[in-house]
Design a protein around this ligand. Structure first.
Ligand code: SAM
Length: 290
């Protein structure tokens, strides 16, 4: 067993967060814990090896994924009971959040093993905090059912949900999902965010219909989170801050914030969900060399 343990105690399970894209999001404590535990249980050992190599961590790895969860949870529990400190990691983010982990964690608690979080990034919370939607109360739905009656039932249940809703989605299904959400829940405000913390991080804000217009004809790649406003029926809909502004006025505000004319036109088109050429027409009269 490893020596000089400052960060881990024996017979404990460390639920360890890892980056969701940007490796610099790895916490100092996570590195120390992964160095000091006796064993790392990883969703995909090949992916975890890359992470370990990056941080020059050498340690024993065991696979723990959805297909061997039951049998592996039993084996890992035994090792914990023998006194081992074990870290659980998934491919990205926090284990147990749309990732394996739950069964082992439950079993450990039932057997009086201490379960210790080593918090790291998670796509759900990262997306929520940049969504601009109410963060005071929210629900995490993970991935929607893929199709059929169960998907329809799930969507119908979500219809009356008043809290902000967080969904994970694959790039292949995102357009279909937005159409389903608009059809069943209505044209709500959303934030569609992709590739958080990565080079191609991108966010679309607005009503579902306007986001759909903007991504129509585009290939949406990468990892995606949809954050949806909760049911606000009974409340006056909040006007978008730019409503009531002429397009030219809207461009001038962004110019005053330091954007170039090109950037301002692009941003206004995105925000309003209208074609860029329409905004360009209004920008022609603005005299600015930027
Ligand atoms: N355990 C992870 C967490 O804590 O967020 C989630 C794992 S789940 C299998 C993978 C899904 O999380 C992706 O399909 C996507 O919906 C979301 N996701 C993960 N990383 C992301 C990122 N960098 N940007 C946006 N969404 C991400």
């Amino acid at each position: 067993m490893a020596e000089n343990k400052n960060y881990v105690q024996a017979a404990s399970l460390y639920v360890c967060g890892t980056p969701i894209g940007n490796l610099d999001d790895m916490s100092f404590r996570a590195i120390q814990v992964l160095k000091e535990v006796d064993l790392i249980a990883a969703e995909d050992t090949r992916r975890t090896i890359k992470l370990l190599n990056h941080f020059q961590i050498k340690n024993r790895l065991e696979s723990y994924h959805e297909h061997n969860e039951n049998e592996k949870a039993e084996k890992l529990l035994q090792l914990l009971q023998e006194g081992m400190a074990i870290a659980l990691v998934s491919d990205a983010g926090m284990p147990g959040i749309s990732d394996p982990g739950y069964k082992l964690i439950k079993k450990a608690i039932e057997n009086n093993i201490e379960v210790i979080p080593v918090p790291g990034p998670t796509a759900a919370i990262s997306a929520l905090v940049v969504s601009g939607l109410d963060t005071s109360r929210f629900v995490f739905e993970g991935f929607l059912e893929r199709k059929g009656k169960s998907r329809e039932e799930q969507l119908n249940k979500l219809k009356s949900e008043e809290r902000t809703i967080i969904l994970y989605e694959s790039p292949y299904r995102v357009k279909e999902t937005l159409k389903d959400l608009e059809r069943v829940l209505g044209d709500r405000r959303i934030a569609l965010v992709r590739e958080l913390t990565k080079v191609h991080e991108e966010k679309y804000y607005g009503h579902i219909s306007s986001v759909l217009t903007r991504i129509e004809g585009k290939e949406i790649k990468g990892e995606i989170v949809i954050v949806l406003e909760g049911n606000r029926s009974g409340e006056e809909p909040e006007p978008a801050p730019w409503e009531g502004l002429e397009i030219e006025e809207h461009i001038r505000i962004l110019l005053a914030q330091g954007l170039s004319k090109k950037e301002a036109v692009k941003r206004v088109a995105e925000i309003r969900g209208i074609p860029k050429r329409e905004v360009y027409k209004e920008a022609i009269n603005i005299d600015i060399e930027k």
